[in-house]
Design a protein around this ligand. Structure first.
Ligand code: TXA
Ligand code: MG
Length: 324
């Protein structure tokens, strides 16, 4: 059975109150939402995605005041970042209060919180009195969804309702920032808000070391965001001779790849704009994945704007991709 799709906030609210799953549009990617204070509802999220329970979930709330209520400490730099970028593609990792189930944080004292800007989801969050737990609405390990149709195709039989808010404007997941004991910002995941923009507000940001996150942030690990088709990062100087005889497609930044059939190539941004590339990234990965290719080649983007966050997704999608 497929989920009903529409823009009825009341319907979404009622389903969530009953403990059911609702897919929600956000400016980054679509989320698979449930009442974040209801352990049974949260368990349903893990089951629907086939997600291991050691991978914690982000809580979504309507504003900074609601976010603060979920925490027991609020560093000065959290305040500056919230003021500068919420609502928007930024998630903050903060010390949780006792009300938040351990299932949300996988036992960690830190909880990830985000205030999304998408108007439909904003209205929904304002209409309910609990936070929404929502991972990206894709089966664990696959590409995140940027349209309601993507969600329907893969998880439609497991969701009560899909709130359709059109195509996601940012296109990649939120940037995750935590804080060290001194209150300085630490980067946990590159995402839809560039590090340059964050550093303009709080100064230099160090990268959180793997051993410091307990639990690990699987968004940072190995193969992830991956199409079914083998996905390989290459360079223009590579003549692709080793793949001779294979049906090859390409996901390129702004220019087509020589020697590959142009029908099988998708350009992330003809203008060479990394924000446009982010918006197109996951949809184009899906389109290429549906072309029945033996192999998709791709290339890394320049290290500016959302380039590093996109490269992170490309590296993970290609990790351990075998060509045979
Ligand atoms: O843009 C986004 O962040 C989207 C939309 C739906 O909000 N959500 C999203 O959720 O990307 P998900 O579950 O696919 O990725 C969340 C990442 C995971 O890598 C998870 O490990 C990390 O956030 N995370 C969540 N809570 C954490 C915590 N308490 N400590 C460390 N990492 C955490
Ligand atoms: Mg995800």
């Amino acid at each position: 059975m497929q989920a009903e799709t529409g823009s009825d906030i009341n319907r979404a609210k009622h389903e969530l109150r009953k403990g059911n799953l609702v897919a929600i549009p956000t400016e980054t990617v679509y989320g698979l939402a449930a009442n974040g204070l209801d352990e049974q509802a949260i368990t349903t999220i893990f089951l629907a995605k086939n997600r291991p329970q050691f991978n914690p979930l982000i809580l979504h709330v309507c504003d900074k005041v609601a976010a603060r209520k979920l925490t027991i400490s609020w560093p000065e730099k959290a305040e500056s970042l919230a003021d500068a970028f919420w609502p928007g593609p930024l998630t903050l990792l903060l010390t949780k209060n006792a009300q938040i189930p351990d299932l949300i944080t996988a036992g960690s004292p830190l909880v990830a919180i985000r205030v999304p800007s998408h108007p439909l989801t904003q209205s929904l969050l304002q209409a309910i009195d609990f936070p929404l737990a929502a991972p990206s609405a894709n089966p664990s390990g696959y590409i995140s969804p940027t349209t309601a149709r993507h969600v329907q195709q893969q998880l439609g039989d497991r969701i009560a309702y899909i709130l359709d808010g059109g195509e996601a404007g940012v296109g990649i997941e939120s940037t995750i920032i935590g804080f060290n004991k001194q209150g300085n910002a630490l980067l946990y995941r590159l995402g839809g808000l560039s590090l340059e923009a964050i550093e303009e507000v709080v100064g230099p940001v160090a990268t959180a070391q793997k051993e410091h996150h307990k639990p690990a942030t699987p968004g940072r690990l190995e193969r992830h965001y991956a199409p079914e088709t083998s996905f390989v990062i290459s360079t223009r100087t590579d003549d692709l001779q080793q793949f001779k005889g294979k049906k090859i497609g390409a996901l390129t930044f702004c220019e087509p790849w020589p020697k590959i059939d142009t029908d099988r190539q998708l350009l992330l941004s003809k203008e060479g704009d990394t924000s446009e590339a982010a918006r197109n990234l996951f949809r184009m990965m899906r389109e290429l994945d549906a072309m029945d290719l033996d192999l998709i080649v791709t290339e890394l983007l320049p290290n500016e704007g959302l380039g590093p966050a996109i490269n992170d997704r490309l590296r993970r999608a290609s990790y351990d991709s075998r060509v045979d």
